[in-house]
Write a protein that binds this ligand. Sequence first.
Ligand SMILES: [Zn+2]
Length: 250
Amino acid sequence: MSDRPGVLARLLADAEHAVVLTGAGISTESGIPDFRSAGGLWENHDPMAVASMTTFMDDPSLFWRFHRPRIDMLTSADPNSAHRAVAELQRRGIVKTLITQNIDRLHSRAGSDGVIEVHGSLDRGSCLRCGNAVSMDELCARADAAADGVPRCSCGFPMKSGVVLFGEQMPAQAINAAFDAAERADVMLVIGSSLRVTPVSQLPGVVLARGGRLAILTESETDYDERCTVRIQEQAGPTMQAVLLALNRT
Ligand SMILES: [Zn+2]
């Protein structure tokens, strides 16, 4: 049996500027289902269609009936050993930048600093008309107090959480920071992302084009599988614990 966690540990230890990119697969061990592969219907609606800018604008009550229980599910989940391992790699200075497609804040709660959240975050809510921002607790309190379940701004407009919806612009600042990090990276470790969503799916290509190396720890297949130095199709938590153990031995 090959010691792929050991190979990954050496790759990270030798890197000057290692970047970690995470997706939904790192949070499934925390009990958060992968939104895109969940499938099925919710109240006869396609969840991907409900979690869209179109639904938010046309039928905010339908949007919030779907979104509100998800907020509770996401905020009640706890970071797992993979989130903690990434935070530890940052503390040791081995990982310089952390980019995530997840909106669940589990990296921050595991102790990671400066997380680049390319799909937004559940950190607060805001009004798309006047820009007013409120805390997540306040947003949920307003939703729970409203007869139609829609939290409203003082200007009367429905408010939304900081999560980027389908059909909504990605946050430019985070996207630019992610591409800057990929330009500098000599190693990129992808954890739990199948690298199907643009523009994040382009980041490993940026690293490879500049001579950097790629490691992928994702259970599903990716388009970069043939071009990576280390490929591990296992659960993230146990593998990252093995990587930490291997680093302790070097
Ligand atoms: Zn407003």
